[in-house]
Design a protein around this ligand. Sequence first.
Ligand SMILES: [Cu+2]
Length: 496
Amino acid sequence: MSTGIIILLCLALFVVIAVQVSKLSQLGSQIRGEEHVEIQNTNRNAWGMLLFGILFLVLCIASAWYYKNYMLGYGPHESASAHGGVLDSMFNLTLLFTGIVFVLTHIALFWFTFKYRYSPTRKANFLSHDNKLEIIWTVVPALVMIVLVIKGLVGWNAVMADVEPDEDYLEIEATGMQFAWLLRYPGADGKLGSKEFTKITSLNPLGQDWTDTKNLDDIQPSEIVLPVGKKVKVRINARDVLHSFDLPHFRVKLDAVPGIPTRFIFTPTVTTEEYREKLSKYPEYQVPSDPNEPDGPQLWETFDYELACAELCGKGHFSMRRLVRVVSEQEYEKWLAEQQPYYMSTIRNSDEDPYKGQLLNVDIKERKEAFEARFKSALESKDASGRIIKLEHVNFETGSARLTADSKYELENVAAMLKANPEIKASLRGHTDNVGDAANNLKLSQERAEAVKNFLMSKGVSSSRLTAKGFGQTQPVDTNDTEEGRANNRRTEIKI
Ligand SMILES: [Cu+2]
């Protein structure tokens, strides 16, 4: 309360002082004469204005020069994409024309205010109309505009052109949402799977249709990794509001519009390493990247390309930054091979998996490779126990010697390996857990070993190479006290 009163009092005092000062200067000018004072004021203002104009122009040019190595398009920041040079040259041409106009108009503005300041001896010259002048300042800007627009159209058509149907390119997808970029790579088949917004769930943020097999190998990486020199087509989507896909160093920027997919095609030409190398030659980047750590890495060493959202899409807008790495073709292939398909890592056997509990081609392939590896190491093994291979995926229906449907894949692998190694003889060994009657278990294990033998014979393996023996519960490999242990003891082995 008291502060308010003090502020009010100060304001009142200030008004009183201002009134008194203006009265004083009026009295002064009456003593010295109005005319004289006015000329003096005008002169002071005119010189001040001229000085301001000169300082303003000098500082504009000096600051542009000073910051040139930080600006996109200059110094180390030449475009890192094939098309970027076209856009940079368009920008520079526009800057050249507008720069000339900017400097000339400002010189004229400040020079005129100085030269034509008030003088009692000068009379104004009235110029009502001048056709020549009108023509000049209409035609000259029109010609400049025509040049800029034509160059712009040619550039736009070149930059936004679609890929040719038979061209080699990598297609990836970026979907903006509040607040992240969801990235998708096509995986081994090179094709992105279909999606539908009604299928979006917390597990399936893009709404991918898992019955479309193209989706099963799609990858959702946390960064963009691109091979240098390869054409990239980015599908740009938005899930909620407007976002903008911005890769500033590649001069790639396009709005992500909900419901209207857009695309941008570009070819990165400079790897992250090469870009850092370029930066390292400029003193601006030879400083510690963290000022609190003077001996830490320098600015050029910590440089990374980035994907940003260039649309103010909400309060978490800043967090949409993603790392972008441009690497050699080999490094890219290596990185890609390390990525797990999103379906396999997150969806497989969840409630949203349409193939829950079923064997997929990838599983069959994986099991085949694993079995072949185990078979080969058993072939090379010197001791007897090393030549026993557990058939991991051969199972029987409970209490019976009937093979489950999925067992055939593993048994087909066994048959193939036996046929590929005709000198090998194999004994098939059935084992059970200790649940139930021991004599029954022995009989069941014998029947199961026979069932496997019969299957292999049906696949063309000669019966003279095969023996079948049941061991019942006599050779446990694990405890029979837990369900897990009992499951390990119920097994079929092949000894070669
Ligand atoms: Cu955004």
